[in-house]
Design a binder for this molecule. Structure first.
Ligand SMILES: Nc1ncnc2c1ncn2[C@@H]1O[C@H](COP(=O)(O)OP(=O)(O)OP(=O)(O)O)[C@@H](O)[C@H]1O
Length: 287
């Protein structure tokens, strides 16, 4: 008889299970999501790419419980998702910090809301303060705790938003183009920071982006979605291990995979056909 209290079935339980998910918005001509099936394991870092309108954000919002699927099931730890929960934190492209609160107050805000719904002890408050300080240090913002959001750069504001999302120790962090508004250099810094955060906090990260290089550098798997209807086209296992540095972005194997994914995005979006038509037209015009 086994003395292991964890059954093989429990070990195999995915953190997020997406089963036959369809989503049709009212009046829409096609499904925003069609027949989506995917398992995401605990502590995975999965990135989603694909042409505009292929359903990346809709899928992320559905995992977050902000959107309800038309049919199919979404499970977290084997339990049906029936709305937002503290186990899943979201980070969006626009930092959405509260401008009337300092950096520190922004980070602790959700914890303070929770205090209204349950009894709070002084040790809870101390633990929250300690956590907020640790997150400020982790984000390199220890000197900025009393600053106002409008005194921070975009990259700093997004670091505060990430710290706020991490404050409640979520199991899952859902990120919708979080670095989309940042300049290239700040993005690079954020890439290494978020990889470090993933390693340290051991959260499962689901990350939506338009940027294939970003998807490949961050993800253990890259899920490529295609539009009209929104569906999963290809899941790429990223073969670069855990120790990644910015140099990887120039490695031939990285560039080859990036090229493959970009080509596939063009094919699935119809962009390639449009470009070929344009070339034929301009070729014809200059002939
Ligand atoms: N609230 C909504 N009501 C109606 N249609 C919607 C709504 N949200 C999204 N859609 C439609 O669903 C499809 C998928 O949109 P979604 O925003 O998920 O795609 P996306 O891949 O995230 O796009 P992008 O990369 O441009 O942000 C699109 O056709 C979009 O117009």
């Amino acid at each position: 008889m086994s003395t292991n209290p964890v059954s093989p079935a429990t070990l195999a339980l995915p953190k997020i299970a997406i089963r036959d998910v369809f989503k049709r918005f009212d009046g829409a001509p096609t499904n925003a999501l069609e027949n989506i099936n995917l398992d995401i394991q605990a502590n995975e870092f999965v990135t989603f790419v694909g042409a505009s309108g292929c359903g990346k954000s809709t899928l992320l919002r559905t995992i977050g419980g902000l959107e309800v699927q038309t049919s199919g099931e979404l499970l977290v730890d084997g339990k049906l998702v029936e709305g937002p929960g503290i186990d899943r934190a979201m980070v969006f492209q626009h930092y959405s910090l509260y401008p009337w609160m300092t950096v520190c107050q922004n980070i602790k805000f959700c914890r303070q809301l929770a205090a209204h719904t349950k009894d709070r002890t002084s040790s809870d408050v101390e633990a929250a303060d300690g956590r907020a300080d640790a997150l400020l240090r982790l984000m390199g913002l220890q000197a900025m705790g009393h600053a106002w959001p409008n005194q921070l750069s975009g990259g700093m504001q997004q670091r505060v938003a990430i710290a706020r999302a991490l404050m409640g120790r979520p199991d899952i962090v859902l990120m919708d183009e979080p670095f989309g508004a940042l300049d290239a250099q700040t993005r690079e810094v954020m890439h290494d920071l978020i990889r470090y955060v993933h390693k340290l906090e051991k959260a499962t990260i689901v990350f939506v982006t338009h940027d294939v290089e970003e998807a490949l550098y961050l993800g253990g798997r890259v899920v490529l979605m295609a539009p009209r209807p929104g569906r999963i086209d290809t899941v790429y296992d990223v073969p670069f291990g855990d120790q990644r540095t910015q140099d990887l972005k120039h490695a031939p194997e990285f560039l080859r995979l990036k090229r493959d994914i970009l080509d596939r995005i063009r094919e699935t979006s119809g962009m390639k056909t449009d470009l070929e038509q344009l070339q034929r037209m301009t070729g014809a015009a200059t002939a």
